[in-house]
Design a protein around this ligand. Structure first.
Ligand code: GCW
Length: 862
């Protein structure tokens, strides 16, 4: 069982949501906005976003507030302080002036969240009580709570496992209660957050009956911002704000912040911990995979232990990324090895890592293990000594196995000597190890405590990729999927890009995996491979490269919080859908007003496809400038071929795209037969992956009926037009959203629109050098204007303005606008005063991914 009730709930909710949504989108697209000003219950005007989705604003609807108040009169968490979690750090303490506080047990965390949450939502304190009061919210496990034992039959708890929870409204002995229960304290905490979420989203309490079990065991974050800052409060990228570097955890800050380095605990660590727990994340690797060995030195371990202490009540365990060659690092002298001693089979090598792991475990008893990026992008690894990834991973795994730890070994490798096509390289290296017959005649060499950690796609976190062919192909090995939450290639903290649809797409994509006899597996979506049900793996893991930073709102862009939230929800249950998750997040983070919810959800849902359109449409990959992976540079040619945009676009006068069909690089053959055949043929490959697999002739006819060149240009334009719509949609919320966040998002959207335009212009301009074709002018938002009785058209929908020469005597008045698509709406926003003069026409329509808008600016001249 898994999440069935929760799914059912969200399905019901969604149905009613969808019925209204078309109309609402149209309303906001076409300008009519409810005129009501902000009413009670709105956030304070200066709210900075620092509570993430854990906002507990008083319920605005008086009827609902009264019902909540009537039903929720007390909080009962029996024996909350009895099972204290381990603490290593004597005098663990918060920074002076903190708002958050440390707790000693997981049930205290649950209790305090209820105190905070119910107090806020109900607008008055809800007392913590003993005994069995009427109208109580009761939280616990059969172990901690006699009430839970009495109220919840053991058989109902049995299927919940360690992390699953149930939430029920009960009536017993004249008492009405809400019971939140699980088999462990942590499960009870998860249930507490799920319960609060329902109140935040203003769901009724009648017949409350939820239960949910995560589909994946290890739901981890990897934290990279120690090296690159996409979420930190450091837009200049220069490193250092008051001595901090923009990352969330301070280890080595200098200047004013030095006194606040770990072991001091900052508010934001606990907000992050509560947020992670609220969606069920249960581990975090705290440093970049291009690992600095500092994080395994004794000084750092003491700091990490303090962090682990603070996070432990919330069920968040720590891991670190390591450098395979750390034993040669002078910082460990005299306990160092020579380069030759990095032999993964040698006792010296293994013992060295066992010693490190023991040190970590002594300070952090529940330490998870190591994340390893080896022989990838210049990082050292077993291949430096002639061994392969299996040897290296197993050597490390053997070193930590006695301590119950795991190795998360990344498959992000692409050594140029393996194959000319970068995408083929990982499978060529890892596949054979998975298939190797062992001396005991079992298949597969990777050790049991190794997880291979594989990015969702075969390249590198592009906004659209096919699923990585390793999913389904590594049936003898534990495999974790790695998703990128921090938006390295998806607009960083400038662009609004909701990644839920991207992850839903990959988790629900069909691998067409077959069994040993070539028969299609029943459960064969990527999500089934990851959760272990496809191929019978008892252990399972999902990893998100997270976007926490030290910005006030923790993620830089207010909407980037949604990506963290969505990752957590999908990590718990990958079958949830991105739209439902977005709706939940909006209700928790912004507002429960239907108009606001519908508008923001619409803004989010098209945002990723829009970004694909203005950055890398129709399957062209990786056109980013190398300096920051934010802006475009399709012409860039670097020393490393496979880092160069030109390597991916292969632009020439014949066409555009990378031929990976059997007559090209042959990458398609790494997929199971159904997909291999589909991708191999330019007639059957999904159009959104066209250039991923084929070199597409400029004049090839696409499904729209347009030739490839025209369609390509329109995709770029349409993506930008969506962002133009985003700005207008956001503006329509001005009176419904608190002022500071409104202004901050508005400013980001302005930059977003400008930068999306740069993508369009740079890429289209570059492709045009090869296509030699004119910019088409008959696209989705194309119009003719009638001036002086004459229809004038042929405008470039990507241009900032168009010059329109008028004959002498022609009045500069647009008398009619004729769209090429009759379903779009046109509006003359302003007429010219004379000639020269400027007129503006707004055209709004619908693309396949959402509303689009273009303001045509006409400069009339004689
Ligand atoms: O996307 C690339 C990033 C590198 C990163 C690498 C990886 C941490 O540009 O910064 O290294 O992926 O995943 O290892």
């Amino acid at each position: 069982m898994s999440s069935s009730d929760e799914n059912e709930q969200s399905r019901l909710r969604r149905r009613s949501f969808l019925i209204g949504s078309g109309a609402a989108v149209a309303t906001s697209v076409f300008g009519a906005v409810p005129a009501r000003a902000t009413s009670p219950g709105a956030f304070p005007a200066d709210y900075d976003g620092s509570d993430l989705w854990l906002r507990y604003e008083q319920v605005a609807d008086p009827g609902l507030l009264a019902r909540y108040r009537a039903a929720l009169g007390a909080i009962v968490v029996e024996n909350a302080g009895r099972t204290k979690v381990h603490r290593h750090t004597a005098n663990l303490s918060m920074a002076p002036g903190s708002r958050e506080h440390l707790v000693e047990s997981t049930l205290e965390a649950a209790r305090d969240e209820l105190v905070r949450g119910l107090g806020g939502l109900l607008g008055r304190p809800v007392p913590v009580q003993g005994g069995f009061p009427d109208r109580a919210v009761i939280v616990g496990t059969p172990d901690s709570s006699p009430l839970v034992r009495m109220l919840v039959p053991a058989r109902d708890l049995a299927p919940l496992g360690d992390d699953g929870y149930l939430v029920r409204a009960l009536s017993r002995g004249g008492h009405r209660s809400i019971v939140i229960a699980g088999n462990t304290d942590l499960a009870a905490l998860y249930g507490t957050f799920a319960f609060l979420r329902r109140l935040q989203a203003q769901q009724p309490l009648t017949d409350l009956k939820l239960s949910s079990v995560p589909r994946i065991n290890h739901r981890y974050l990897n934290y990279w911002e120690t090296e690159r800052l996409y979420a930190g409060n450091n837009p200049a990228g220069t490193g250092g704000l008051d001595g901090e570097n923009g990352a969330i955890f301070d280890f080595t800050a200098t200047g004013a912040s030095a006194a606040l380095n770990l072991p001091v605990i900052l508010d934001r660590y606990l907000v992050a911990a509560r947020a992670m727990a609220s969606v069920g994340i249960n581990g975090i690797t705290i440093n970049n995979v291009n690992a600095n060995s500092f994080y395994v030195t004794p000084a750092a371990i003491e700091q990490e232990a303090a962090l682990a202490d603070a996070l432990r009540p919330y069920g968040i365990k720590l891991a670190v990324s390591i450098n395979y060659a750390a034993p040669t690092d002078a910082r460990f002298a005299p306990d160092t090895l020579t380069r030759e001693e990095l032999d993964p089979y040698s006792a010296k090598f293994r013992d060295w890592w066992t010693r490190r792991a023991r040190q970590l475990q002594a300070a952090i008893p529940d330490f998870l293990g190591f994340t390893v990026k080896a022989n990838s992008e210049g990082q050292p690894g077993p291949q430096d000594l002639g061994y392969d990834h299996g040897d290296g991973a197993n050597g490390m795994a053997a070193a930590v196995a006695p301590l119950g730890m795991r190795i998360f070994w990344r498959t992000f490798v692409y050594n140029a000597e393996v194959d000319a096509d970068r995408l083929k390289r990982a499978y060529l290296e890892f596949g054979p190890i998975d298939e190797e017959r062992q001396p005991d005649s079992t298949i597969g060499r990777f050790a049991k405590n190794v997880f291979l950690q594989t990015k969702n796609g075969p390249l590198d976190y592009q906004a659209r990729e096919p699923a990585n062919p390793l999913f389904g192909r590594m049936e003898h090995t534990n495999q974790a999927i790695e998703l990128q939450i921090t938006q390295e290639y998806t607009g960083q903290n400038t662009m609004l890009c909701y990644l839920g649809p991207l992850w839903e797409e990959v988790l629900k994509s069909d691998t067409y995996a077959t069994d040993a006899h070539g028969k299609l597996l029943d459960k064969r979506l990527v999500g089934h491979v990851v959760d272990g049900t496809a191929q019978g793996h008892p252990d399972s893991a999902i990893v998100g490269v997270a976007n926490f930073g030290n910005a006030d709102n923790l993620t830089g862009h207010h909407f980037a919080q949604a990506n963290l939230y969505a990752f957590g929800r999908l990590a718990w249950d990958w079958t949830l859908d991105a739209r439902g998750i977005a709706e939940d997040w909006v209700r928790l983070t912004w507002s429960n007003r239907d108009f606001v919810v519908r508008t923001i959800v619409a803004m989010m849902m098209g945002s990723r496809e829009a970004l694909v359109s203005y950055q890398t449409p129709l399957g062209v990959a990786h056109q980013f400038r190398s300096s920051d992976h934010y802006g475009p540079n399709p012409a860039e040619r670097l020393a490393r071929d496979d880092w160069s945009p030109v390597y991916y676009n292969k632009a020439d006068t014949a066409g555009l795209g990378y031929d990976r069909s059997p007559t090209g690089s042959g990458f398609t053959a790494q997929y199971f037969p159904v997909l291999a055949a589909r991708y191999a043929d330019i007639d059957t490959v999904p159009e959104n992956l066209l250039m991923w697999f084929h070199h597409v002739p400029w004049d090839r006819r696409l499904r729209s009926g347009r030739i490839f060149w025209d369609e390509l240009v329109y995709r770029y334009q349409t993506g930008v037009h969506y962002v133009s719509w985003l700005r207008r949609a956001w503006d329509s919320l001005e009176r419904h959203v608190d002022a500071r966040r409104f202004a901050e998002v508005k400013a980001k959207l302005a930059a977003h629109e400008a930068d999306a335009g740069t993508w369009r212009d740079t890429c289209v301009g570059y492709w045009q050098q090869f296509s030699g074709r004119a910019i088409p002018t008959d696209g989705p938002l194309s119009i003719k204007i009638v001036v002086g009785g004459r229809a004038i058209g042929g405008f470039d929908a990507g241009a900032a303005s168009s010059t329109v020469p008028l004959a002498a005597g022609t009045p500069a008045r647009i008398t009619k606008v004729i769209p090429s698509d009759p379903s779009v709406r046109c509006e003359v926003l302003s007429q010219a005063d004379g000639v020269p003069g400027r007129a503006v026409v707004r055209v709004t329509g619908m693309s396949f991914f959402g509303p689009i808008l273009k303001d045509y600016v006409f400069e009339f001249t004689r």
